[in-house]
Design a binder for this molecule. Structure first.
Ligand code: ZN
Length: 390
């Protein structure tokens, strides 16, 4: 336990004894070892003698590093990220590594602060996941709770650009792109439904973001929010909408045409509804599971994400609910690895266990194909060839 968190970053690593899942849909290699050097996967094959540091993975399953595509660095614990003592910051970031996350996508936070956090990781000062961020999300008027409410919820108030016209939307989106976001996040409507982003406003954002090569995520509250967003060209739906019952057929057709992806975020509804009556909780969960099931059966892309920040970092309940929706193992593995890598890694070799790929690896105890919740029972997390968690 006293070993440094990044032990192995300069030393080759050999992962032996586990079942190696090279990519979703392929059967695991039972007698293969994974050799890592210089931050890359060098070989996957019969264990050979080498001077590498051995990580014993007996009884484990070995996967490409997991992504959590819906997190927020808006909790107070990340405030003033440039000044948090390195040891404390590393301990806070461990909450991602201990659940196997080597990459996270922040879908709205204070961009300057999140960039400072990301820089401390990227420079090697503090061990942590690769962070991509959308910076401040674009909102319709009165979409966000008052600052006082945000403080009670443990969040840092961040100024979210309010956009009401296509020109305002283009301008706000252009500023975010210039400031270095990796994506743009839209909040399609206010919680009350009193205000919303029109299809034209969302289209203006999508055109501006896409011209800069950035994907667009949307937070929808209703089925109509999802429809407007898809028509406008949004790439990723960041939530199910459990206030609606079944999504209509037209939505799936549009999603297929636009090659849109869905992040279901099932657990956050449980959390937000915990003060409500059981009958309402049951209905909303059933609605969200039904939307996920239909999306999956339509053969559309899923990305894994939990809304960490709004909930804690533990994804176990998200896996359990995903299993309840009947999502098969290969699909959830794709949502954790190849799905996000293809969309967001911009040509970098990421998301599979193969020679030449970045050495982001998640090792879990036991066989999660029998029980998806085991995906949260992590033995080792390796990022860029460094052991982030053991
Ligand atoms: Zn969120």
């Amino acid at each position: 336990m006293d070993e440094p968190k990044n032990a192995g970053v300069t030393q080759p690593l050999l992962l032996t004894g586990g079942a190696v899942y090279t990519r979703p849909g392929e059967p695991p290699l039972r007698d293969a070892a994974v050799l890592i050097d210089g931050g890359e996967i060098v070989s996957v094959g019969p264990p050979a003698h080498s001077n590498a540091h051995v990580l014993d993975c007996t009884g484990c399953s070995i996967f490409a590093g997991f992504w959590n595509c819906h997190v927020h660095f808006f909790e107070r614990k990340w405030a003033n990220a440039a000044e948090i003592p390195a040891e404390e910051l590393a301990a806070q970031l461990q909450e991602f590594a201990r659940f196997g996350f080597t990459s996270v996508f922040d879908l709205s936070s204070d961009l300057r602060n999140t960039k400072a956090l990301r820089e401390r990781i990227a420079s090697g000062e503090v061990p942590g996941p690769t962070i991509r961020t959308a910076g401040e999300g674009l909102v319709p008027p009165e979409a966000m709770p008052a600052d006082a409410v945000l403080r009670v919820l443990g969040m840092m108030p961040a100024p979210m650009p309010v956009v009401q016209t296509p020109d305002e939307a283009r301008d706000a989106c252009g500023k975010l792109v210039a400031a270095g976001v990796d994506a743009v996040k839209l909040f399609a409507s206010s919680n009350s439904g009193a205000s919303l982003l029109s299809e034209e406003v969302m289209r203006a954002v999508c055109e501006t973001a896409h011209a800069a090569g950035k994907p667009v995520f949307v937070h929808p509250n209703t089925e109509d929010d999802v429809m407007r967003a898809l028509r406008a060209g949004v790439d990723i739906i960041a939530h199910t909408t459990p206030r609606a019952s079944a999504w209509k057929e037209e939505l799936f057709g549009l999603a297929r045409e636009r090659k849109a992806a869905l992040i279901p975020t099932l657990r956050v509804w449980h959390e937000l509804l915990r003060h409500d009556r059981r009958s309402l909780q049951g209905q909303m969960t059933a609605n969200a599971l039904g939307q996920l099931r239909a999306w999956q059966q339509a053969g559309l892309t899923l990305l894994f994400g939990t809304d960490a920040g709004a909930v804690d970092e533990n994804p176990a309940e998200e896996y359990a609910l995903t299993a309840q929706a009947g999502v098969p193992f290969h699909a959830i593995l794709a949502s954790l690895t190849t799905g996000p890598a293809k969309r967001f890694a911009r040509g970098e070799a990421l998301g599979e266990i193969a020679p030449g790929f970045r050495a982001d690896i998640t090792v879990v105890n036991g066989d999660p194909t029998e029980d998806l919740v085991r995906l949260a029972d992590v033995r080792y997390t390796v990022a860029g060839g460094a052991v982030l968690y053991r």
